[in-house]
Design a protein around this ligand. Structure first.
Ligand SMILES: Nc1nc2c(c(=O)[nH]1)N[C@H]1C(S)=C(S)[C@@H](COP(=O)(O)OP(=O)(O)OC[C@H]3O[C@@H](n4cnc5c(=O)[nH]c(N)nc54)[C@H](O)[C@@H]3O)O[C@H]1N2
Ligand SMILES: Nc1nc2c(c(=O)[nH]1)N[C@H]1C(S)=C(S)[C@@H](COP(=O)(O)OP(=O)(O)OC[C@H]3O[C@@H](n4cnc5c(=O)[nH]c(N)nc54)[C@H](O)[C@@H]3O)O[C@H]1N2
Ligand SMILES: [Mo]
Length: 765
């Protein structure tokens, strides 16, 4: 799947193959500590002055301050004096609040093709985009355009489409509730539900599985549950890098007596131990976190959970009434009979083998579960991004239900979200499959006829653009090309469109692989002061635990030219509808309280929104799994029966997962180190088991091409350095997005359509 026959004004879809000088160390056994503090400061100081850096970090995750754009982990109820941020939060802030800027002058210097020959790291480090830009048909360089002309161009292109369904409106997960709500309103008034979002590639499997089993597609636990639990299971998640503030919660949970089991093919430093940079005592000794580590095979989670439940069932048979929570099972669930019949028919030893965990270790984990009346299950991408991602989560729910470990203090589900407002965006209606009840309310509030036909998710949006020309692709944030699977296929899809538009803060590869016309609309970020008609505004977001709270930027924006995302949506709506709308776009753009009043009118749980969100800490949204009412599914949580995934690996193939390094935020590359894995100054690496390296006839340090064949199509990603690593045999790991060309467009999770980024079969050459 490599396409070299592209027009001269098109950029390359993949980052250039360049080596930066790999250095290897033994991975540390603990996360954070002094080195993390040092690393935060050096990232901040490379982007801005010390004064600016300290002033922005002091406002991070404090009441009245900025919600950290780093991740969706909640703020503690009592904020710490030192500021509640982490190394990677500091990097996220440094990246956005940088003093570096780029505008038309910069783009006059480099053609799109030339820019595409630079690394993603280089592109991101150029600085904030400070004025609207356009790449006209056939042109090789972006040039300046006025806001009015940009909106007119987009409006004209949208109105020229034969059908509103020919336009696609993507959202990344940093967009505020206010901007997201108006954006989906604009899109639906325009006439389509084509609202794919980053969630489609992220926690969609969680949403699907949780909605059907416990009645709500979000997690059920609060932070206080962590401090009142007996056991925390952490599946497929690397909190030391991706949710560092979670480590403080885990540390506190342990101090209060909880145990932790980690289930992961890699012994991630942050799972094993943590030195709290805010505690002087910790900096010397640190805390070990994981009590039992299960080095599962990639996608070995279903057999593992089944093996654990098999042990529990065996114990329950021996001593009836002592292991399963019968009160809960009988009063609060259905489907137990089918579930247990299926489980009984499975072979325990075989399940352990499929998971790749020794029988006695599974037994030990089952004993820990048995001894823990209250249990929390956390998970992230190692669980959701599989063909059987939805089933993975259904099995986690089965385990919790057997033990009645949901809907009570210290117990429940904890899908740890990624982008800082990805959960809120979905609550606001950024969804290609909206519920009829939501559309009814939207219609009644804004007096228009909302489209009912469901729209494209990410995978289907790419296919639609690939197969039919003439579309308009609009992205509210993100880096669609590099985040999506099948890089070359996705690139062709974007090149096939009439127009690509990106609302962005920073330059990325999606600006360089474009439609016939391409437009960049630069916007304010979280850290920037947002003033409308002379009045300072704040926005609101929802964290991973369903708390809605405010976020207010304090910094002077990098340019007077920047508009807020809210303002961009409103101006675009006016330019597109030309009066054909009853929505008061100007008043909405001028006063975000007014937007919140409208949200309150449409979405349940937002009563008294403007008042409650002004209280310190914000407010919790209703959650029918948290209170164990399961009210949206007739009061009963569901046991489910899920097949053990078949192993389809042929001789010589490796199961590859694509993961994040410590120095990246998704496709934004902050730096070239993966300190917690001891891999420094290089991203084109493949982590392999020692035996596999030998069996395949390679040596560590050698460069190899990765390739595969899926549905008769060959794909490849070239030149990766082999790094010997502690990873189960038959498994390997590469970084995202370098390895995305290997993820076939048709390899996605059943029912959630999430690309299978954590298990791609590959071969080496
Ligand atoms: N600094 C930083 N923070 C971030 C992000 C970032 O890129 N950088 N991204 C944000 C976003 S959008 C998200 S979604 C989250 C992502 O947070 P994570 O899900 O922690 O991110 P990944 O790097 O994809 O890590 C997946 C983990 O799952 C493990 N794993 C892979 N396959 C399997 C499997 O089959 N079974 C099990 N049990 N484990 C497996 C991997 O070894 C790895 O530890 O982080 C958010 N926060
Ligand atoms: N192989 C593989 N692929 C994956 C994954 C994986 O684990 N493996 N993970 C998937 C996951 S979990 C996710 S969430 C997606 C992420 O997909 P995306 O959300 O599309 O990607 P990001 O890299 O987070 O987007 C970064 C860009 O967002 C823009 N941006 C940053 N802040 C703002 C803002 O405040 N407003 C606006 N308008 N723009 C802003 C900047 O221009 C920046 O370049 O990738 C997915 N792709
Ligand atoms: Mo994500």
């Amino acid at each position: 799947m490599e396409n070299k026959n592209i027009a001269a004004n098109q950029g390359w879809a993949q980052p250039p193959i360049e080596f930066t000088g790999i250095k290897l160390q033994s991975p540390p056994t603990m996360a954070a500590g002094f080195v993390a503090v040092k690393s935060s400061m050096s990232h901040v100081l490379s982007e801005m002055s010390l004064f600016k850096g300290m002033s922005v970090l002091n406002k991070l995750n404090q009441s009245g301050g900025i919600d950290c754009p780093g991740c969706a982990w909640p703020d503690p109820e009592k904020p710490s004096k030192l500021g509640e941020y982490c190394e990677n939060g500091a990097k996220a802030i440094a990246e956005e609040a940088t003093s570096k800027k780029i505008g038309a002058d910069f783009f006059a210097q480099y053609s799109v093709r030339e820019l595409s020959e630079k690394s993603d790291y280089w592109l991101g480090k150029r600085g904030r985009i400070v004025e609207p830009l356009i790449l006209r048909p056939g042109a090789t360089h972006y040039e300046s355009i006025s806001w009015d002309s940009a909106f007119a161009e987009i409006g004209t292109a949208l109105n020229a489409l034969p059908s509103p369904d020919d336009a696609i409106f993507y959202t990344s997960g940093r967009t505020s509730n206010e901007a997201a709500f108006l954006y989906q309103l604009f899109v639906r008034e325009f006439g389509t539900n084509n609202l794919p979002d980053c969630s489609n590639m992220c926690h969609e499997s969680s949403g699907v599985a949780l909605s059907e089993t416990v009645g709500i597609g979000k997690g059920s636990v609060k932070l206080e549950d962590f401090y009142n639990t007996d056991l925390i299971l952490i599946f497929g998640q690397n909190p030391g890098t991706n949710h560092p503030r979670m480590l403080s919660a885990l540390k506190k949970a342990k101090e209060k007596g909880a145990k932790i089991i980690s289930i992961n093919p890699l012994k991630e430093a942050g799972l094993m131990g943590f030195k709290d940079p805010q505690s002087p005592r910790d900096l010397l000794s640190g805390n070990s976190l994981t009590d039992l580590y299960l080095q599962v095979q990639i996608n070995g989670d279903v057999p593992l959970i089944k093996a654990l439940m098999h042990c529990l069932w065996y114990d329950e048979k021996k001593e009836p009434g002592t292991v399963f929570d019968w009160d809960f099972i009988q009063s609060k669930t259905e489907g137990y009979e089918d579930f247990i019949t299926d489980l009984q028919g499975l072979d325990y030893t075989e399940l352990c083998g499929q998971a790749g965990i020794p029988v006695r270790v599974v037994r030990e984990a089952a004993d820990m579960i048995r001894e823990s009346p209250r249990m929390i299950a956390c998970w992230a991408m190692g669980i959701t991004q599989h063909k059987n991602g939805v089933e993975n989560i259904r099995e986690i729910v089965n385990l919790l239900l057997l033990r009645g470990s949901i809907g009570k203090l210290g117990a429940g589900t904890c899908p740890v979200r990624g982008h800082s407002n990805v959960q809120g965006d979905r609550t606001m209606g950024i969804w290609e499959s909206p519920k009829a009840s939501f559309l009814d309310k939207l219609e009644n509030t804004f007096l228009f006829k909302a489209p009912r036909k469901h729209g494209y998710n990410v995978v289907n949006a790419i296919k639609a653009m690939h197969d039919e020309a003439g579309k308009v692709f609009f992205a509210m944030g993100g880096n669609f090309l590099s985040a999506a699977p099948d890089t070359e296929y996705t690139a062709d899809a974007l090149r096939n469109t009439g127009m690509t538009v990106q609302v962005s803060t920073k330059l990325n590869r999606s600006h360089l692989v474009h439609g016939e016309t391409a437009i960049i609309l630069p916007c304010l970020g979280r850290t920037d002061k947002d003033v409308q008609e002379g009045n300072p505004q704040f926005v609101t977001v929802e964290n991973s635990m369903g708390v809605v709270h405010s976020s207010r930027g304090h910094l002077k924006p990098p340019s007077e030219e920047l508009l807020s995302e809210v303002k961009i949506v409103c101006e675009l709506a006016k330019a597109t509808f030309q009066g054909r709308t009853k929505t008061p776009w100007d008043p909405l753009a001028n006063d975000y309280d007014f937007i919140r009043d409208k949200i309150e009118a449409v979405i349940p749980g937002f009563e008294d929104y403007n008042k409650r969100v002004r209280k310190t800490g914000g407010f919790y949204l209703p959650n029918c799994a948290r209170d164990a009412s399961f009210s949206s599914i007739q009061g009963k949580a569901k046991f489910t029966v899920n097949a053990v995934p078949a192993s389809n690996k042929a001789e010589g193939e490796l199961a590859m997962m694509t993961i994040r390094s410590h120095d990246q935020f998704n496709t934004t590359i902050y730096g070239l180190d993966d300190r917690y894995r001891g891999i420094l100054n290089e991203r084109r690496v493949i982590l392999m088991n020692k035996k596999d390296i030998k069996e395949q006839g390679f040596t560590a340090g050698q460069k190899v091409d990765l390739w595969n064949e899926y549905e008769g199509i060959r794909r490849s990603a070239k030149q990766f350095i082999i790094v010997e690593y502690d990873i189960p045999q038959g498994c390997c790991a590469t970084y995202f997005p370098e390895a995305n060309p290997l993820i076939p467009i048709n390899a996605f999770a059943d029912r959630s359509f999430t690309p299978t980024s954590k298990k791609i079969l590959i071969r080496l050459r």
